[in-house]
Design a protein around this ligand. Sequence first.
Ligand code: FAD
Ligand code: SIN
Length: 535
Amino acid sequence: MRYESDFLVIGTGIAGLSCALKLARHGSVTLISKKERAESNTTYAQGGIAAVFNPKDSYEQHIQDTLKSSAGLCKMEAVRMMVERGPALVKELDELGVAFTRTAAGDFDLGCEGGHRHERIVHVKDHTGRDVELALLDVVRHQSNIVLLENQLAIDLITEHHVFTPTPACDAALNCWGAYVLDATTHRVKRFTAKATIMATGGCGQVYLHTTNPRIATGDGIAMCFRAGAAIANMEFMQFHPTTLYHPDAESFLISEALRGFGGQLIDSKGVPFMERYHKMKSLAPRDIVARAIDAEMKKSGERCVYLDVTHKNADEIKNRFPQIYAKCKSYKIDITSEPIPVVPAAHYSCGGVVTNLKGETDIAGLYACGEVSSTGVHGANRLASNSLLEALVYAEQCAISAADFVKKKDFRFPPIPFWDDQGTFNSEEWVLISHDLAEIKNLMWDYVGIVRSNLRLERALSRIRLIRQEVENYYRRTTVTDGIIELRNLATVAQLIIQSALWRKESRGLHFTTDYPHPHDDYLQDTLIKQRII
Ligand code: FAD
Ligand code: SIN
């Protein structure tokens, strides 16, 4: 086990892995993952990576599509960097061994998704994320400078909070020196110290009852950075994916937007297409519009789902292009080549997160963030489909460049860092308390802070979450830490950040729609920023 290194990278999705690979040229890297190494949102990504390879396409057009989707809130220079640097990094993945699907001529086969005016999605059939994750893990395995440790759950960042006694004059943590981490196999908390720490812990879809995200997506990185005093932005912009499989036994399996790009059409239970009533791009309209349209159709009809129909396409082509979706649906006795797929929206992607600049720097020295945990300014109020893997690649590289520079420049000395103090805590077996609070958070977020919001629902959600947070915080302070209580604490924090951000935004923009203020307003053409004082 290595407890001190130049770089600590937290998370082994596309962001953490690609950042670690770039950092390995500059020093020792400890890379940790709270579960088994491949368990990440990345592994479940289906559609692919948006990047300009189509001769009819251009950087300008990809930038324009991204800006349009963001509803006026993204940062032009951040988007430009992502779009222009993206293709080179996709080529790097190709060289690392990701077997991207190709045309007969040998070019990348490019898919289409909502909000894109051209085919521009590089993919590996319908399991792009899995192939990218495995290829990156394979390269990491051969790097002598990287130590990858599984089942290591970061609890909190090590900052001035732990090293000095904060005084009223000291209202912000200034430096980060690593993290306290729970070893889930020994149940001991250890100090992982590092000159630079890179947060790459992904999103927080698990804060909602229905989500496409796997269990690891509990918003740990956002909550840790928030507690440390970093700025958090735009948490109200939770993206709901319009189409997840509706089946009592399916745990939110995604039906990729690429299926609509391939010609799939959204229909109601009578077989009537309905998207033309909502947007000129019909089933391929931006995600916020499609998700709200489905929500409205379901509320109007009282039905529990709508359908995605691809039966008019060639059956062999469907099976070849979407083998995973075909097999999964078949396992639930739905043959997508001959019958429409029942679908519902589910929480999918956090557009907000830890604020970074173009270099991936947060406002705490020595702390960087990339991937879904971060808010780089590229998504604004709504992420364009398949821009997430792209953003993770580009900003992981930026983090690596800046962290390497930071470590090089400094005459580095760690302050005395105390061991984890669990004196006075007791072992509690009260799993029922955790599971009850967890269910309450997920239900209240789904019912009151979902696709369509209102002041009344948000205020009710806020008063409930305040109580839950208080309860969870008291329980956390009294008990010996476990993964369950750590994740619950983080989910409660993230839920409150989402609710408070949503209440602040008294307008509807992008993914945030409230019946009290159904239109955008120029006063709110700005990020929602939340920052906690350390005392
Ligand atoms: P993740 O891949 O989620 O990795 C996070 C890592 O952090 C994991 O290893 C996790 O174990 C670790 N971690 C978390 N908390 C801790 C902690 N406390 N301590 C230690 N480790 C921790 N985007 C696209 O661009 N194109 C797509 O086609 C696409 N399809 C998607 C399909 C699905 C079903 C889902 C869920 C998402 C999809 N997305 C897609 C979004 C995209 O996959 C994610 O945004 C992206 O993979 C996030 O990468 P990441 O590296 O930031 O985080
Ligand atoms: C999908 O395949 O529909 C997901 C794409 C994304 O989230 O970007």
